[in-house]
Design a protein around this ligand. Structure first.
Ligand code: IDP
Ligand code: MG
Length: 138
């Protein structure tokens, strides 16, 4: 298995709740290597590209509005099987049912039934990772 890289976002809820350090520490503690990092405000164009698979779904527009609501952290982590490994650390999409011990399971709550506020994003395949890294790091 060769070294992979993945695109990690700490969404605006994670940054505003001051969980940035806690989340990054968990990923580093797992042994993945931080390769790039920045704090940024997303543009609608970047989000349209990032979430292109979800365009037209009922949650798409609220998701984009949420992602525009505050600063985000954008990071690249590297390591063997980091794509799968980060998604395991993140937990399942809905924070209420995400397992304890995961980022979403420990810190997420589906505030107001807003599943979009689930703290983090991680790429789901090598192809997605390269595409998403291009969007956020050019
Ligand atoms: P993932 O982030 O676990 O890969 P996806 O299905 O790719 O989940 O959905 C992308 C993002 O869209 C989720 O992380 C979440 O923020 C949001 N989302 C997904 N499903 C819903 C929903 O049913 N309602 C509201 N937001 C959703
Ligand atoms: Mg996804």
């Amino acid at each position: 298995m060769s070294t992979e890289r993945t695109l990690v976002l700490i969404k605006p809820d994670g940054v505003s709740r001051q969980l940035t350090g806690t989340i990054l520490a968990r990923v580093e503690a797992k042994g993945y290597t931080l390769a790039d990092l920045k704090l940024t405000n997303a543009t609608r164009t970047q989000l349209e590209q990032h979430y292109e698979e979800h365009v037209g779904k009922p949650f798409y527009e609220p998701l984009v509005e949420f992602m525009l609501s505050g600063q985000m952290v954008v990071a690249i982590f590297t390591g063997e099987r980091v794509i799968e490994g980060f998604r395991t650390l993140a937990g399942s999409t809905e924070p209420t049912v995400a397992s304890p011990g995961t980022i979403r399971g420990d810190f997420g709550r589906d505030w107001g039934l807003k599943v979009q506020q689930n703290l983090v994003h991680g790429s789901d395949s090598p192809e997605s990772a390269e595409r998403e890294i291009g969007i956020w790091f050019g």
